[in-house]
Ligand binder design. Structure first.
Ligand code: IPE
Ligand code: IPE
Ligand code: MG
Length: 254
């Protein structure tokens, strides 16, 4: 049986009975190091192989018409790792942005990056900006890379931006609302996350999109990122379609 035969029936007849596909999917791409070490390879091999999975998920999102895909690439806390691993991650990121650019264009993806820029090497920033520039008019899935991103850092930044506006007289304290906070997040132009997937089995959010995940449906798999397959990705989406999302209210018909 090939992968297509095994894949979930996301768009077929059975799908009619289920809810819509998620508009915004966010993924904590975890387990690269463990995957490599379990195979007697250095941790960085896991990161390298993880790029293939990135290609697969972005392609799947394009095919299914998913609005936005946010991928956690580097957290604010990942700077605690050995310099050698960080250097490799920066090289890999730069390589991804250059080598995958034609595919990003072919897949009609529009690149966005969220997180701090000031701690990234200049050459990485340059490739980020170039890929954002060339893909700006693409109309397919928004591919959002979270690089040096932390939810607490983002909220702290939003608080500072609000204070600046209050201090400058552009905003009164009474005007501070969920909307005005949301407007100052990196993700201001994205919808809230509908489905959050974490590979590698950990049951935590690790400082990812703290605000945006409020009512996200969660899906965790033991599978490490380099081995995460299209079949499993579709299974996560199918599970999402079968969830009863109440947003604090009651089910339809209750
Ligand atoms: C996730 O994989 C990728 C990054 C955090 C950059 P890890 O490197 O955290 O892999 P594990 O969780 O140690 O296996
Ligand atoms: C989360 O994974 C960050 C990324 C995948 C980029 P971590 O491996 O850093 O998270 P913890 O340390 O297990 O919580
Ligand atoms: Mg990890």
């Amino acid at each position: 049986m090939n992968a297509k035969d095994q894949s979930s029936d996301l768009a077929g007849e059975a799908a009619d009975k289920r809810g819509p596909l998620p508009e915004h999917i966010a993924i904590i791409m975890d387990g690269n190091g463990r995957w490599a070490q379990a195979r007697g390879m250095p941790r960085i091999e896991g990161h390298r192989r993880g790029v293939d999975t990135v290609r697969m998920v972005s392609e799947t999102c394009t095919e299914l018409g998913i609005g936005a895909l946010t991928l956690y690439c580097l957290s604010s806390e990942n700077w605690k790792r050995p310099q050698e691993e960080l250097d490799f991650l920066m090289e890999l990121l730069q390589q991804y942005l250059v080598e995958e650019r034609p595919l990003i264009m072919k897949q009609n993806l529009r690149l966005q990056v969220i997180g701090r820029r000031d701690r990234l090497p200049e050459k990485v920033i340059a490739e980020i900006d170039e890929t954002i520039r060339v893909s700006a008019d693409n109309t397919g899935t928004k591919l959002v890379l979270a690089i040096d991103y932390g939810g607490r850092d983002e909220l702290t930044r939003a608080a500072k931006l609000l204070c600046e506006d209050v201090q400058a007289g552009k905003l009164s304290i009474d005007q501070i609302s969920e909307q005005s906070i949301n407007d100052r997040l990196y993700t201001s132009r994205l919808p809230d996350v509908d489905l959050m997937i974490r590979t590698g089995g950990e049951l935590r959010v690790s400082n990812f999109l703290l605000w945006q995940l409020s009512y996200a449906e969660l899906w965790v798999t033991e599978t490490c990122w380099p081995e995460f397959s299209r079949i499993e990705f579709e299974r996560a989406m199918e599970s999402f379609q079968n969830r009863d999302r109440r947003f604090g209210g009651l089910s339809v018909g209750q």
